[in-house]
Design a protein around this ligand. Structure first.
Ligand SMILES: [Zn+2]
Ligand SMILES: [Zn+2]
Length: 400
């Protein structure tokens, strides 16, 4: 179709530009089935070729990105020429066979004679809160498939040879004559004995039973950046299983889990800490020592501090990931501890204080015999901000 103005590939398949490869594949297959020569009404060679070309570009990450940026120009010469394809010869054949002939194999997963990419692996790694804040290097150990050491990945025993498959005489394909509605046609398919490789191992390697691959323990150094959040997935290219027949390694995905800390609670780049202070310190002001991710630091308490007040300790939070110059703050919520046991001297001093301040100790006290100082009921609804943050933090991490 060189003279025709080409239609947009997304339009040809009937998907949006944001569609995933799976969506494109699904829509493509259902359209391809309709256009198949077996469908007397809807079978359409030209439309099928147009569809196949669009699919070939959009299902390939690299070609798709070229097409997205430069249009048809970007993928010129990068698609199969389907001009000489004998569409009618596929009457009576399944869709997969038709597609495989179109795309030269690799369309279905059934073909195994070429290199296969290895599987991706996943590993969970747990780190401490402080390791997440400052970054850490971990040695991770995984078991993955690699070339069998005994046979160096050939699959053959040391004294064995790789010989031609006797079923297909080394061709890797078998032919079958089919009499169909269109007349006689020859169906070529992958040899079932050698899975299309054309080769057979005389005596399989005893370590891997001819599988060519064997499990191996591998150590990887893993640099976890400062500021990483729980639930982050890191990708280590080629850290996964090796593929068969000289295929590449898959990737290793590492899911980072950060343990909770007994004192620190993280919210984005900030760290929250609860800190109790005494009654007198709150009234008079002073200085206290609080824990931070950089060790203990002093914090000034202003005169007349109310309970629940949040003090900001600048730049003592979590570094922004991959930019350790920027970091959050530590927020300290002060909780004033009311003394629960008073010596008689302390009691006298508080009574004297109340007297000086003109406070009536009988005020609003309705429980006879109760110590008037401590008759105020605890307000159950007034849960502190920290508790809310802790709850939100926990529920966020429980749902993951
Ligand atoms: Zn082996
Ligand atoms: Zn064979």
């Amino acid at each position: 179709m060189p003279s025709m103005a080409k239609r947009d590939y997304y339009e040809v398949i009937g998907v949006s530009r944001q569609s995933t490869v799976e969506e494109i594949k699904r829509v493509f297959r259902s359209k391809a089935r309709n256009l198949h020569p077996d469908n007397k009404q809807s079978g359409d060679e030209a439309a099928f070729k147009e569809l196949a070309e669009a699919y070939e570009v959009l299902c390939d990450e690299q070609k798709r990105s070229l097409y997205d940026r430069f249009g048809h120009e970007g993928v010129a010469g990068k698609t199969h020429s389907f001009d000489n394809f004998d569409f009618g010869a596929f009457a009576g054949f399944g869709l997969d066979e038709l597609l495989e002939s179109f795309f030269g194999g690799g369309f279905s997963n059934a073909r195994r004679n070429g290199p296969e990419p290895g599987s991706h692996l996943q590993l969970d790694v747990q780190i401490d809160f402080l390791e997440a804040v400052s970054g850490v290097e971990k040695d991770i150990k995984i078991k993955r498939l690699d070339d069998c050491e005994t046979c160096k990945g050939s699959g053959a025993a040391p004294d064995s040879k790789v010989i031609n498959c006797s079923t297909c005489n080394g061709v890797g394909q078998v032919q079958q004559v089919i009499n169909s509605w269109f007349g006689q046609s020859v169906r070529v398919s992958e040899c079932p004995s050698c899975q299309g490789s054309g080769k057979r191992i005389e005596k399989p390697c005893r370590s891997c039973h001819g599988m060519m691959l064997a499990e191996k323990n591998v150590d990887f150094p893993l640099k976890i950046p400062a500021g990483i959040e729980s639930g982050t997935r890191m990708r280590l290219p080629h850290g996964g299983d090796k593929g068969r027949n000289g295929g590449t390694f898959g990737d290793l995905f590492i899911l980072i889990r950060v343990k909770e800390h007994e004192k620190f609670v993280r919210d984005g780049e900030n760290i929250f800490v609860k800190q109790n202070i005494s009654f007198s310190l709150a009234a008079l002001g002073g200085e206290i020592i609080v824990p931070t991710v950089e060790g203990e630091k002093s914090l000034k308490i202003p005169v007349g501090t109310q309970t629940g007040r949040i003090m900001v300790m600048k730049n003592l939070g979590v570094p922004r990931i991959n930019n350790s110059n920027r970091r959050g703050d530590q927020l300290v919520q002060l909780n004033i501890e009311t003394p629960t046991k008073l010596s008689s001297e302390e009691k006298k001093l508080f009574e004297r204080l109340a007297q000086i301040r003109g406070e009536s100790l009988q005020e609003e006290s309705n429980g006879a015999g109760k110590d008037p100082f401590f008759s105020v009921e605890e307000d159950k609804n007034d849960s502190s901000i920290i508790d809310k943050i802790v709850d939100a933090f926990k529920s966020k991490h429980e749902t993951q």
